[in-house]
Design a protein around this ligand. Sequence first.
Ligand SMILES: Cc1ncc(COP(=O)(O)O)c(C=O)c1O
Length: 468
Amino acid sequence: MDTLYGQLAATLRAGIDTGVYRTGDRMPGVRVLAAQRSTSIATAVMAYRQLEREGYLEARERSGFYVRGRMAHAPEPGLSAPAFRPAPVSGQELVLRLVKAANDPQVVQLGAAVPAPEFLPIRAVERALVEASRRHRTRAMNYAFPPGDPELRRLIARRMGEIGCTLHPDEIVITGGCQEAITLALRAVTQPGDAVAIESPSYYGLLQVIDSLGLEALEIPTHPREGLSLDALELALERWPVKACVAIPNFSNPLGYRMPDANRLRLLDLLRRSGVPLIEDDVYGDLGFDTQRPRPCKSLNPKAGADVLYCASFSKTLAPGLRVGWIAPGRHLERIEYLKFVGNLAVASVPQIAVAQLLASGQYDRYLRGVRGQYAAAVERMTAAVIRHFPDGIRVTRPEGGFVIWVELPAGTDSLLLARRALEAGVSIAPGPLFSATRKYRNFIRLSCACVWDARVERALAALARLL
Ligand SMILES: Cc1ncc(COP(=O)(O)O)c(C=O)c1O
């Protein structure tokens, strides 16, 4: 059931969509709104904040909330309808082919979920890397055996404490990015042949890990606003011997939603009752458009939290090439440390020291404060351009963080063919079937919005529209 503020936001959203409130209109003050709707001022404020996050309203200091102009809206895709039975992953070889082909600097990169360097604090990272190798020579040249560099783990533990996860630094293991964290997590809690419940559509890197470990993916219907359908998950847990569940509750890739807190609690409860561990991928958690950083599932219920393997990295916020991520695996710590050790001994030391420095100096937080707004604007600009160029009838997600959008094209469109033709025309996109174990979402594409906006991007979208 929706919250009171959610219901109020929905009513106001409908008012804006139908033109009752028009661009530039000042919305009623929160006290007036609360009185009009017989609700509390807190509910009115939360409803306005929700609409602000969605891009419908903007708050002007000491003046109130105004209807935003420019924000183009297309309808959102509905609840997904995957095969809903465990299945081996197929067709992922295509990803590597697309990634390689798209590496060409002449290609307009709208396919990979990798921010253009202009969105990253490249200069600060460069300086930190140089300093790490010069000033900490002994530490930098040695192995940083699992669990990893102590200073980095201390600073990560501090950050996690600030978002509600109280952890000792020794409960954190540094990994080679989030991808390795997820791989270790799945290896720790599953055996080949096991079924893993995942969101659908889901990040293709996850499907590849599932494939490489000989697991089966159980794709759960997922809503572009709320995430995993918990009713469907409950049914799946009753019907199949699911051994793990992987979710991206903060700004999932590709849907971009932020799972409501009530759903997070129910998810934890469902999994705990079935004895199924949650692998929580929070790689986009710091990139919400709202200033309030959402709390991870792991922090919401101390008992269930022990069976949450929390995975994240600095790939989307500092630089993907650093390959620094981490896992807070709860009661699976010993197994994870062992698997990390036998897998590749350690993560490179220099990037770990550099990241620690960026965290300690406050540069990381300063960077985050600026970039969230840039991503919100980039998503808005890409959405507006897609709506402008593409044919009527498309549907587009409205992410609350991150930098990708998921676009539903007219029924019958073959996005695999579109991706191939687009690449010939110098544009890379990610076709929908890559996001499903059974190659569903044929008429969907994912676009990355974290590109420098110029005439090339406009031309690329126009070219895609012509191919459609
Ligand atoms: C949801 C999600 N998880 C994990 C990863 C992999 O992160 P990393 O580069 O840190 O391994 C990505 C990268 O695209 C991602 O989108």
